[in-house]
Design a protein around this ligand. Structure first.
Ligand code: AMP
Length: 422
């Protein structure tokens, strides 16, 4: 079977790395890919938002199965377009991807089907939004309704900060994504993510993971796309994972079917484990980045039949095995990230890091220039290691990080601290 993975991040590198080992894979392509992905797949110079270009690439390369990485094309209907062209696809329809595309839609669904999540209101006008904030007090969470590249969530510590967030978002800070607001009660607890594959009817839980969103050690500073992750997540033990499946994920999949939007693909639940039990923070309709890097490192089964069952049905006949080892991923980003960052610096000694036992270096923002690996900025590498415990995986990952010679980049030095200290 010829498979096309859509995307260019370390998440897609990890997916390609897993897919390339499948007995079902003949040729593996990635659009557009990066320098690391080029080592395991044929990269095609087609952007993730170029639906006609992707369909043409499918025809040119006799693609049988398309695996979509990022949320943007899913919310815009790429899975529908691929399916309409008669090609199997891993990823939800636009109607189902609305779970991530509209936070208000997700919250209304939870309200209707009694799925535990923070109390909320939806607003398109500042005056009722501020009246609502007067009832919640601070801290309170103000969110742009639509996709805002992970930046549309403001945790307001004071009422005046919340008012400013309302004015900024409705004033156009995030463009159309902020035409509507969701304002939520602030939940306290520990965050974790659980991933589940869905075929519209059946749900197969994958492993849990925890990530670090803030740029600085100790989880301080601005939010990022994610500076590191580890799996398993100690806060999501087997009993808690089963509660999340029973109280949140299975009811959501049933609700989506009842609403005429059957969910097929991976459902990524962002959770707050509170004193009262698990609560849903948000849904994502694709794999997480950097969580996918640690999930793929731990996966001990062929990924492709599971992804195909999401499209074809029959997920109830699939089992996935996971290594007992823990995995930990340290993200290396270009200096300046998540603000304006440097581009074009040379990264040396990657091969030495990758050659270390139990280590895989997944690429995100890289390109190849005459054999040299060049940073294209943002999050650039995901240095991922397996170990008998999270502490051992952490030690191996940082040993590999320290082998890489890249003055143009940085990383946090404390990925996994919560799991290791507890
Ligand atoms: P989201 O993009 O919705 O996942 O939000 C980004 C981050 O904001 C989450 O990972 C949480 O750390 C935080 N967050 C979002 N909603 C809430 C909430 N209702 N209570 C507490 N923290 C939240």
């Amino acid at each position: 079977m010829n498979i096309l993975v859509v995307g260019s991040g370390a998440r897609e590198h990890a997916l390609c790395w897993a897919i390339t080992t499948s007995a079902l894979t003949d040729q593996l392509y990635c659009a557009p890919g990066n320098a690391g992905i080029a080592q395991v797949a044929n990269c095609l110079a087609v952007g993730v938002d170029d639906t006609p270009g992707l369909l043409a690439a499918c025809a040119d390369h006799a693609i049988d199965f398309v695996v979509v990485g990022p949320e943007g094309p899913l919310v815009s209907g790429l899975a529908d377009a691929v399916e309409k062209a008669g090609i199997k696809v891993f990823g939800p329809s636009a109607a189902a991807a609305n779970l991530e595309g509209s936070k208000g839609f997700m919250k209304d669904l939870c309200g209707k089907y009694r799925i535990p999540t923070a109390a909320y209101g939806r607003f398109t006008n500042a005056i009722p939004a501020k009246d609502f904030i007067a009832t919640t007090g601070a801290p309170v969470v103000v969110k742009a309704d639509g996709l805002a590249a992970g930046k549309g969530v403001i945790i307001a510590e004071t009422v005046s900060d919340a008012h400013a967030a309302v004015d900024d978002i409705l004033g156009g800070q995030f463009g159309d994504a902020g035409a509507e607001l969701v304002i939520e009660e602030f939940m306290e607890g520990e965050e974790a993510s659980l991933f589940a594959l869905c075929d519209g009817t059946n749900v197969l839980p994958m492993a849990g993971a925890q990530d670090h969103k803030r740029v600085g050690d100790g989880d301080v500073g601005p939010n990022t796309g994610g500076m590191g992750a580890y799996s398993p997540a100690p806060v999501l033990d087997a009993a808690m994972a089963e509660r999340v499946m029973a109280e949140i994920i299975r009811p959501t999949v049933a609700a989506m079917t009842a609403e005429g939007r059957p969910y097929k693909g991976v459902l990524y639940a962002g959770l707050m484990i509170t004193a009262d039990g698990p609560m849903l923070i948000e849904y994502n309709v694709r794999f997480g980045d950097p969580e996918t890097q640690v999930l793929m490192a731990r996966l001990d089964s062929d990924l492709v039949p599971a992804l195909m069952a999401c499209a074809d049905g029959g997920l109830d006949k699939i089992t996935l095995d996971w290594k007992d080892d823990a995995a930990l991923c340290v993200v290396m980003a270009a200096n300046g990230y998540p603000g304006a960052y440097d581009k074009g610096s040379v990264i040396n000694n990657l091969g030495d890091a990758d050659a270390q036992a139990d280590v895989t270096v997944f690429h995100a923002g890289t390109t190849n220039n005459d054999g040299a690996t060049i940073s294209t900025g943002g999050r650039v590498l995901g240095v991922t290691a397996l170990g008998s415990t999270i502490a051992v995986a952490q030690q191996k990952a940082y040993a590999a990080v320290d082998t890489i010679n890249w003055p143009g980049g940085f990383c946090r030095r404390d990925i996994g601290w919560r799991a290791i200290d507890s």
